[in-house]
Design a protein around this ligand. Structure first.
Ligand code: HEC
Length: 152
């Protein structure tokens, strides 16, 4: 720590020490969030990019003719394996684990369909792929998320 302080500027060091003295309370709201909720926040960011990029042909073209949308959709699909095996939500909601994995698989398929359509630069197909993706979020939230309030 102190060796680093010598290397860092005095200002950065003062900030670091202030944060240490604050006892970790600097991490903000995310501190209390579940690992799934943290993952969902990242999913949310990518989903908003997809939503924006598929809103109009102009926006699709702006999103690198769909390439940026495809990239975001590929990011979404990468998360599936991280939450598909989580047992907590089904235990908490007293619902079959098979329902959870089924909803996770639908999300995965919807994200991959979006990736394919957008990668081809096919605006119409990408726009069509939005609804199943959106529904895959809200279906799972309806079943496994006690309080809903994010529009998904
Ligand atoms: C397989 C189930 C499932 C799927 C699919 C799913 N979610 Fe979630 N999501 C949850 C659960 C459960 C929570 C509540 C997590 C918690 O609070 O611990 C949640 C929470 C969230 C939150 C709130 C995070 C926070 O800040 O507390 C956002 C935003 C979100 N999801 C976005 C999305 C979007 C966008 C999609 C679709 C692209 C999606 N989710 C797909 C199960 C799912």
């Amino acid at each position: 720590m102190f060796r680093r302080c010598v290397l860092l500027s005095t200002a950065a060091c003062a900030v670091a020490l202030a944060l240490l003295t604050a006892g970790g309370s600097f991490a903000g709201d995310d501190e209390d969030k579940s690992p799934l909720a943290k993952m969902m926040k990242k999913i949310d960011v990518q989903t908003k990019l997809i939503r924006e990029g598929t809103k109009s042909l102009t926006k699709f073209k702006k999103a690198n003719n769909g390439k940026d949308v495809a990239k975001a959709a590929a990011e979404l699909a990468k998360f599936t394996k991280d939450f598909r095996d989580m047992k907590e939500p089904s235990e908490k909601m007293k619902k079959p684990f098979a329902k959870w994995t089924d909803l996770a698989d639908r999300y995965d398929a919807a994200a991959k369909d979006m990736e394919k359509a957008a990668n081809k630069g096919d605006f119409t197909a990408s726009q069509k792929a939005w609804n199943p993706l959106f529904v895959s979020c809200s279906n799972c939230h309806g079943a496994f998320r006690p309080e809903v309030g994010d529009g998904f």
